[in-house]
Design a binder for this molecule. Structure first.
Ligand SMILES: Cc1cc2nc3c(=O)[nH]c(=O)nc-3n(C[C@H](O)[C@H](O)[C@H](O)COP(=O)(O)O)c2cc1C
Length: 314
């Protein structure tokens, strides 16, 4: 298949920050490359300056999910380009680099530097952070998102994916603004805001205060948002949020996603990507034999509101 002009062997990506391919290579050796779980690899989000991340504890398990407050620890742009990129370039699949800037200038520096590297197939803009110039979370506001994309669009011919936050009043309006400003794709959802208290008292459990909820707990929210966004934009949508089986992945494709990403499930099972790919292939073969094929993209684009699309037959 093809995503934004990049050839992929299948539709399964990882969610940024949920699979450390460099650590996995150390643990599993070349077996990781032979049976790589994803069809494209998305890096952990990098920032311009190195970051320590949040103080521990950084994780809290909920009945059907995970709240994380990692705080984007990373080596910064220079450290990533010098140390991590050469290792990620050895992966047997196209590489997507995820970047986050605390201002449009920072974002521009990141995109310009990453786009120069031939190892990078696509760039994902993680816009779930406050812009220090305006105090607004870039991805929560359509105009703010559009200004960020417009600023970086001329700096790179690489496909730009805008990673949407579910913590926006109307994610489909943000997606439409990103498309209008030149984005090649949107991915969603990032984590939902979450909070946990220390069971022994003493206030917030997470060192960073609040965190982001992911896993099966967010799947229905993600599915609705993917459906709404895919009904609004013509560019490909990468769907994620709580996918833990081929059946979940198929639901996202039915909701209008072109590709899907696996996040929290990879913590439970590092090979989840491959398992979900084979479950999905078996389900698609079964659906095709019943004649329940996904609609062509133009049909997906005309789906609106809550009316269930006709291909929702099982
Ligand atoms: C521990 C952890 C770290 C994450 N780090 C990032 C990150 O660096 N950049 C980003 O865009 N999303 C990050 N995410 C969000 C995931 O990529 C994904 O959007 C979200 O978790 C929903 O998918 P899931 O329910 O399958 O995990 C992180 C999620 C988790 C659980």
């Amino acid at each position: 298949m093809e995503l934004c002009g990049v050839q992929l062997r299948g539709p399964i990506l990882n969610g940024s920050g949920t699979f450390d391919a460099i650590a996995a290579r150390r643990t599993f050796g070349d077996a990781l490359l032979e049976r790589f779980p994803f069809d494209a690899f998305v890096s952990k989000t990098i920032t311009l300056a190195p970051r320590e991340g949040n103080p521990p504890p950084r994780l809290w398990e909920t009945p059907a999910g995970l709240i994380n407050s990692i705080g984007l620890p990373n080596k910064g742009l220079d450290g990533f380009l010098a140390e991590d990129l050469p290792q990620l370039a050895e992966l047997p699949v196209p590489l997507v680099v995820s970047v986050m800037g605390f201002s449009r200038d920072e974002l521009a520096k990141l995109v310009a530097a990453v786009a120069e590297r031939p190892e990078v197939a696509m760039i994902e803009l993680n816009v779930s952070c406050p812009n220090v110039e305006t105090g607004l979370v870039m991805g929560a506001d359509p105009a703010e998102t559009a200004r960020a994309v417009e600023r970086v669009r001329p700096l790179s011919e690489r496909p730009l994916i805008v990673k949407l936050t579910p913590n926006a009043s109307e994610p489909e309006a943000v997606a439409a603004a990103a498309q209008e400003a030149g984005a090649d794709s949107v991915s969603l959802i990032n984590t939902l805001k979450g909070l946990a208290f220390d069971p022994d008292g003493g206030g917030h459990w997470l060192g960073g205060g609040t965190g982001g909820l992911s896993g099966p707990a967010v799947r229905a929210v993600a599915l609705q948002q993917v459906h709404a966004v895919a009904g609004r934009v013509a560019i490909p949508v990468i769907g994620m949020g709580g996918i833990s089986s081929g059946s979940d992945a198929l639901d996202f494709l039915r909701a209008g996603a072109t590709a899907v990403a696996i996040g929290t499930e990879s913590f439970r099972d590092p090979a989840a990507g491959r398992r979900i790919a084979s479950e999905l292939a078996a389900l698609e073969a079964r659906e095709a034999s019943k004649g329940n094929l996904a609609p062509p993209p133009e049909a997906r684009m005309t789906q609106t509101g809550d009316s269930p699309p006709t291909f929702f037959r099982r």
